[in-house]
Design a protein. Sequence first.
Length: 159
Amino acid sequence: MKIERALISVSDKEGLIPFVKRLHELGVEILSTGGTAKVISDEGIPVIEISDYTGAPEMFDGRLKTIHPKVHGGLLFRRDHPEDPAQAEEHDIPRIDLLVVNLYPFEATIAKEGVTLSEAIEKIDIGGPAMLRAASKNYNAVTVITDSADYDVVAEEME
């Protein structure tokens, strides 16, 4: 599989850095959201913050990060469809070939004793599921990873 650009936004960062290092060594451009981008950058791995990529800042205390045409368009546009690549180019929407997402730990949060409604509400993920659905709709062109146990499998396929 040919992967040139990856979008990584994970709540659970277990195993992430070795995988991202492999992506970088393979020449994959890495896009990422706030906290994940910081973890990647702190390891000296080049990363483009999603707000720099889209030109739109993260807003509302991080509630709005990835819901943007440049993100969803990059996941959705059909590479083999006659009009889609031209529209993507016209609107400066590069393709995103790999999506690495795991969702906020909502169930674990609400299982905690004494959790407040406000704390629970903030663990309702919006952008992650939306990106997963967009990538799934374009399953033949976008690889999706939701479990860190799959990092090695995907990296080996890429190598």
